[in-house]
Write a protein that binds this ligand. Structure first.
Ligand code: NAX
Length: 328
């Protein structure tokens, strides 16, 4: 029998946590034959609610779930972690400036990065979901001395999945017909969903759509502002779809992308496509044997170039701000 994989989830008592934990425990994160142990990390005020969720997880009698432990200390929460899902973050409060938000999150992600370096398993893989996800990932990565930088990733899979459905609905196709869609840049309103390299049932997606006004004025803003539209409609931010995207991100990272396809992940830049080295930016990536690679050699047209550059500029500004705060 296989040794269980230790999965640490921060923000376990939050709304994404509630949607996420049951899918991890039922085998969707790693595979239907992979046993898991959950390590739930919360702040002290969140521990009781996490205990309630743990009771419900017990009540599901999931065959793959080999244990649940709850912590309010990151040094314990990340002990032996093979996978870390960093969901808990500090939301922007009323009157909070960007600098305050980055500082508050630095207070969370820096100690978590240190705890990962000190206590996680050698093969640890980290996905940051908590916003601002790319820069929180950068803070954790920079604090995790000795852990290879590429183990720290940020989630843009929700944006990727949103873009898949918008494109499928526009073209009357199925999401399974669409390949090679890309989200570039920051998980923010500046992100750029790119269909110029995408294919729909083997045909170039931009040719099938053949409507640059729809791209610029409908598709891109719909994908980029979808989070706000969900809040307007639901009265709460995306939770089940965010949890689903986190599951997809890790599943793909571990189990690989399909031949001829790729996915979108926020990963440390190697300088590809003019993105400054070290920035955690979304790229097209292929995954194989538990490793990812940035897709190389794509031609970037002027329409895409301007939008990628704008989002990367925002990421550079966030990096400068956390550098000034001494967080990286
Ligand atoms: P909730 O406020 O429901 O839950 C957050 C949980 O994190 C709370 O239970 C809180 O006690 C806990 N927490 C806070 N600080 C912590 C710490 N230092 N250690 C451990 N736990 C801590 O938020 P939820 O709706 O679950 O969203 C979580 C994060 O995901 C937010 O930052 C949100 O902005 C972000 N999102 C990111 C998305 C993405 O695509 N990257 C999309 C969805 C979501 O908006």
């Amino acid at each position: 029998t296989r040794t269980p994989v230790n999965v640490t989830v921060t923000g376990a008592a939050g709304q994404i946590g509630y949607a996420l934990l049951f899918r991890i425990a039922s085998g969707h994160l790693l595979g239907a034959d992979v046993p898991v142990k959950l390590r739930l990390l919360e702040i002290p005020q969140g521990v009781k609610a996490a205990e309630g969720t743990a009771m419900e997880l017990d009540d599901c009698a999931f065959p793959l779930l080999k244990g649940i432990d709850i912590f309010d200390d990151p040094n314990k929460g990340f002990e032996g972690a093979n996978i870390g899902l960093l969901v808990g973050a500090r939301p922007r409060g009323p009157g909070m400036e960007r600098g305050d938000l980055l500082a508050a999150n630095g207070g969370i992600f820096k100690p978590q990065g240190e705890a990962i370096a000190a206590h996680a398993a050698d093969d640890v893989k980290i996905l940051v979901v908590g916003n601002p996800a790319n820069t929180n990932a950068l803070i954790a990565q920079s604090a995790a001395k000795g852990v290879p930088a590429e183990r720290f990733t940020a989630m843009t899979r929700l944006d990727h999945n949103r873009a898949l459905t918008q494109l499928a609905q526009k073209t009357g196709s199925s999401v399974t017909d669409i390949k090679r869609l890309t989200i570039w840049g920051n998980h923010s309103a500046t992100q750029y969903p790119d269909i110029f390299h995408a294919e729909i049932a083997g045909k170039n997606a931009a040719d099938v759509v053949d409507d640059e006004a729809w791209l610029a004025d409908t598709f891109i803003p719909t994908v980029a502002k979808r989070g706000a539209a969900i809040i307007d409609a639901r009265g709460a931010s995306s939770a089940a779809s965010a949890a689903n995207a986190a599951i997809d991100h890790v599943y793909t990272w571990v189990n690989g992308t399909a031949e001829g396809d790729w996915t979108s992940m926020g990963v440390p830049s190697d300088g590809s496509y003019g993105v400054p080295e070290g920035l955690i930016s979304s790229f097209p990536v292929t995954c194989k044997d538990g490793k990812y690679e940035i897709v190389q050699g794509l031609e970037i047209n002027d329409f895409s170039r301007a939008r990628i550059d704008a989002s990367v500029k925002e990421l550079s500004e966030e990096r400068d701000a956390v550098r000034e705060l001494g967080l990286i």
